[in-house]
Design a protein around this ligand. Structure first.
Ligand code: HEC
Length: 95
């Protein structure tokens, strides 16, 4: 019984650890690190991926600006162009 309990505890731990640590893989391209550093703090990196069919450069700029101004994302203004370039190049409309 004791062995069963600890086996179950182990599986519960392993399952929750993998659910939380499963990284969302963004495409490997210049700017990826800055996006991962700035855009994963509040929500999954799935957000930019799922929205990619809809957004062009204007849309992505507005999206990043909204994250900063509306949701208070602590993103350095100097990082914004690299973030937008990455999102447009890799997850822009038509990609
Ligand atoms: C300060 C927290 C925060 C940070 C940092 C942040 N976001 Fe968001 N983001 C939000 C919130 C809050 C929502 C909307 C609420 C929800 O559905 O969770 C959201 C939603 C989104 C959406 C879905 C569409 C929408 O407008 O609701 C996209 C796409 C998105 N974020 C992209 C990004 C990108 C790209 C970055 C990095 C530049 C980023 N986010 C950084 C808080 C943040």
């Amino acid at each position: 019984m004791r062995a069963l309990v600890s086996t179950l505890a182990f599986f519960a731990f392993a399952a929750s650890a993998s659910a939380q640590e499963q990284p969302v893989a963004l495409k490997d391209a210049p700017g990826r690190a800055v996006v991962e550093a700035n855009c994963a703090g509040c929500h999954s990196l799935d957000y930019p991926r799922i929205n990619s069919p809809f957004l062009d450069r204007k849309g992505w700029s507005a999206e990043v600006t909204k994250m900063i101004q509306v949701f208070g994302a602590p993103i350095d203004a100097k990082d914004v162009p690299a973030i937008v370039d990455y999102l447009v190049a890799n997850y822009g409309k038509g990609n």
